[in-house]
Design a protein around this ligand. Sequence first.
Ligand SMILES: [Zn+2]
Ligand SMILES: [Zn+2]
Length: 132
Amino acid sequence: MLHSMTTKTFQGSCKCGVVKFEADVDLSRGTAKCNCTSCWKRRWWSVKVKPEQFRPKSGDDALTQKGGFCRHCGVTPYAEVEAAEWNDGAYVALNVAVLDDLDPCELMAAPIQLCDGRNDDWFHRPEFTAHL
Ligand SMILES: [Zn+2]
Ligand SMILES: [Zn+2]
């Protein structure tokens, strides 16, 4: 079952509004932050949804690459990850900051998974996390 009691539909957009999507997100399953160079340099804070819970609406042709940023405003709205790259199948990582109707209190209440990507150890919490 994709829709749990805590799944809500959110509207997402980049800063300039060219890229838009809709997604069914269950925040109670947690968001993720990682200390690897790629996540750190983008200040990437994400929440995962299944591909069928993600509906791009416009502007995916404005992205620099798959999982890239909007060429007009520089914001990375989401990244689609192939099944082969991950144990639990394909998913879409959404940038929590682009969910327009997400209440910050709801975001703060969601559990956060902290990943030690810098040491190729994504399933464990890094030694230092306050900066993430
Ligand atoms: Zn944009
Ligand atoms: Zn990372």
